[in-house]
Structures are given as C-alpha cells and as structure tokens.
Design a protein around this ligand. Structure first.
Ligand code: MN
Length: 244
C-alpha cells in the first residue's frame, strides 16, 4: 500500500507591495501552506489569474481546494453597488475563484474556505455580503483586522451548531477565534447553512448541505494553530477527506 499525500490547491492573491523585477507577485500566506503540510497534504499555490480551461485541469488533478483570505469581493458580483466603505477589489481574482469554485463543487471533492474564501463560497452560490459590518450592524463586535494585534490573538467566541460537520470535526460547539474581517455573509447562497455565529449574531461559518465536505469559516484557523491546538482537527479532516 502506498501512502498518499493529497494534493491541495490554495488560491493565491496578487502582491503589489514587492514588485520584484517590476512584476506583480503571486502570493499566499505561509501559514496556509505549512498547515496543509503539517497534516499530511502537499500544497500548491493557484494563481488568481487561472480561467476557464485552467479550472477543468485543476478540478481534474487536485484532491482538495482551499480558498484563502484576502481583499473584498466586488459587490457587482452579488448584485449590489459598491459602497464607500468597500476595500479595493481585484476583479480578475474574483472571476478566477468564482469560476473555480463553481466547477469544483460539481466534483464532490472537499473544499475548505477561509475568511475571504468563505465569502467567495457564499457569493459563488448566489449569496450576498455585508459590505461593512460596522456600517450595517452598528451593535456588532469589532471583527476588523488590527495590524498591531498578532493574528493568533483570540478576539471573540464562535458558537457552533451542534451536529454540524464543523462541530463534529472540531469536537465541540464553543470556540474562541481570531477575527480579521470587515465584511460578513448576509443572505446565504443556495444550499448553504449557518453552522457558527459570533455573540453578536454575525455569521462565522457555513456549510454546503448534501455535500461530502464543504466548510467556510470567517476566522483564520491557519493563523491560530501555532498558538492554540483547537483548529488542527479542521485541517486534518479536510486533508484526510481529500486523500480518502
Ligand atoms: Mn469575526
């Protein structure tokens, strides 16, 4: 018997902060790739420029898909005008990821969506987003990214729905999580259910019903695992399902 190391695609973003040789860089946080390797997967970075025929090749070859974090999704893609509190958008990345997700979900193979990825999953299935939590939900907690705060810092509670795949995988229904987002899921996409909320009711995790493994989390488990052990089972279950 050969031990199989599942091949996990991780969506990348464009990094314009370090224009090596005058070229925009394709980047993904190292915490994602290390987390996948740690639980027995082999990570590959998917550039945010892949389109059409590339999607089919990726779906044919990857065992698992991880949608990583990043900037805001263009509201045009969920039928809204851009409000003043929107961050900068990357229309090419949006189209690349939305197309890939829609193809991927026909494969039945596992998908883990983190932060922006969780929002992309919702939009891919016809859902909408709050363009800014503070603007639309003034009584909500401060979920936003704080540059001075380490990413492993636990910011608020997530209450999980008992019996959900996420609660089953993590082995509990109450977890302290980090938070680095100013947007959140508003209307759910087709087939999605809420499986975790913060104390203020903000949606923190979703799952696709009647699908083997498709989980979106608004927090950053890959940035928590070094400091706290609670989120390792999510990566283990994802990669084990991909290899199964
Ligand atoms: Mn949050």
């Amino acid at each position: 018997m050969t031990l199989r190391r599942p091949l996990i695609g991780i969506t990348g973003r464009k990094d314009t902060s370090a224009r090596l040789l005058h070229s925009v860089m394709v980047a993904v946080g190292e915490t994602y790739t290390r987390a996948i390797q740690h639980v027995g997967g082999t990570p590959v970075v998917i550039p945010p420029t892949v389109m059409d025929a590339d999607w089919d090749v990726l779906v044919a070859h990857l065992d698992g898909l991880l949608l990583s974090g990043g900037g805001d999704v263009d509201p045009v893609l969920y039928g809204e005008q851009s409000e003043p509190w929107m961050g900068q958008v990357d229309a090419e990345r949006d189209l690349s990821e939305l197309g890939l997700v829609r193809r991927w979900l026909a494969s039945g193979r596992p998908l883990l969506a983190i932060c922006r990825g969780h929002q992309v999953l919702n939009v891919a299935l016809g859902g909408t987003l709050y363009q800014d939590i503070a603007a639309y939900l003034p009584n909500a907690l401060d979920h936003s990214y704080a540059p001075a705060r380490p990413m492993e810092t636990l910011v608020h509670r997530a209450d999980l729905v008992a019996g959900s795949r996420l609660a089953t995988v993590l082995g509990g229904t109450t977890f302290e999580v980090n938070s680095a987002h100013h947007q959140a899921v508003k209307a759910l996409g087709d087939g999605l259910v809420v499986v975790a909320t913060a104390e203020d009711g903000v949606i923190e995790a979703i799952e696709l019903q009647d699908y083997p493994f498709c989980i979106g989390v608004q927090w950053h488990p890959e940035a928590m695992v070094k400091a706290v052990e609670t989120m390792w089972p999510l990566f283990e279950a994802f990669v084990n399902t991909a290899g199964g």
